[in-house]
Design a protein around this ligand. Structure first.
Ligand SMILES: C[S@@+](CC[C@H](N)C(=O)[O-])C[C@H]1O[C@@H](n2cnc3c(N)ncnc32)[C@H](O)[C@@H]1O
Length: 310
């Protein structure tokens, strides 16, 4: 397990957060703590609250806690509960929030977590290991229609129905308990040069579904915008188009000062713009970063700033 892997788009994130002395920041996705460490080491006298729902990340945060006992607070909580998590620490407003979405390298690299189709482990995929639903339960008990819908919606997989049908046939013969079994089922029903991408999409779909990633992200972004001080930044790295679309659309909506239909002669909606978008196009890693860290290849960074809302 690499504890101090290089965080994705690190320099870009630090710049985007525009760290200031004596301010309060949140790392909503602590992971292995790479971004958190860099924020704390940026030399500013700041306070950092970090969230992660994964007990492994909480263990990894102990080193930073020892080094920065006053400045760093780790909260084991789903970032959907960012507001209550901070309120319990008596924090109502913050000056910058970073999301580095998805799974961390230690989660992917540990076959026992069941996130990866290249290793073999139990079909688990829960980020919060205290939660109930596992990928094995979905794959073995959901109907053909439900499976096909999940694969289509969260994996954007064209062969969703074919793969769902194969799963239903195979599980009648033998329960599907491991990542390798699922991976073999996909491999056997998809032509070979397409099977790796299909596996990636099916595993992604199950992970998103199990962890309710889309719903949770929407709640977290909307609440984050509410708790930002004017001038504060919200900085989000996403790794696939479904996530990026949610970030883009929420930022766009929050940056609008009117949502009346275009045919209305006067504005009656009274909507106020709460954000200013600072990244018209998403920021992506350089070719050099992708070469050093292939995990960064699909990263997209979006930045917005809270407006003074009168
Ligand atoms: C890509 S990693 C973050 C890596 C981190 N920036 C670093 O430098 O090590 C994403 C982390 O977010 C956590 N995570 C994902 N969804 C979450 C959620 N809804 N609530 C809390 N943590 C979440 C995962 O457990 C994982 O550890």
């Amino acid at each position: 397990m690499t504890q101090y892997h290089v965080p994705v788009l690190l320099a870009e994130c630090l710049q985007a957060l525009d760290l200031q002395d004596d301010k309060i920041y949140v790392d909503a996705t602590f992971g292995g703590g790479g971004h958190s460490r860099a924020i704390l080491e940026s030399g500013k006298d700041i306070q950092l609250f970090a969230f992660d729902q994964d007990p492994d990340s909480i263990k990894q945060s102990k080193v930073l806690k020892e080094k920065y006992p006053e400045k760093f607070i780790m909260i084991k909580e789903n970032f959907a509960n960012i507001r209550t998590g901070l309120a319990l620490e008596r924090i109502k407003k913050v000056d910058g929030i970073l999301f580095d979405l998805g799974v961390s390298s230690h989660q992917i690299n540990d076959p026992a977590r069941g996130f990866s189709f290249s290793g073999d482990g139990k079909l688990n995929m829960r980020m919060d290991q205290d939660s109930q639903l596992t990928a094995a339960e979905v794959v073995n008990t959901y109907s053909f229609e439900e499976l096909a819908r999940i694969f289509r919606k969260y994996g954007e997989e064209k062969e969703a129905a074919r793969i769902a049908r194969s799963i239903v046939l195979e599980r009648d013969k033998e329960e599907i308990e491991t990542t390798l079994q699922l991976s073999n089922i996909i491999e056997n029903c998809i032509i070979s040069h397409k099977s790796i991408k299909a596996k990636a999409r099916i595993f992604q779909a199950l992970r998103i579904y199990i962890n309710k990633e889309m719903e949770v992200l929407e709640t977290a972004l909307n609440d984050s915008i509410k708790i930002l001080n004017p001038g504060g930044r919200i900085v989000v790295i996403s790794y696939h188009s479904l996530e990026d679309r949610i970030v883009k659309n929420i930022f766009k909506y929050e940056a609008k000062s009117c949502i009346c239909p275009p045919e209305f002669p006067l504005c009656v909606c009274d909507k106020k713009a709460t954000l200013r978008i600072l990244s018209k196009k998403p920021i992506v890693p350089t070719a050099q970063e992708i070469e050093n860290n292939p995990r960064a290849r699909s990263a997209k960074l979006r930045i917005a700033q809270k407006r003074e809302v009168l």
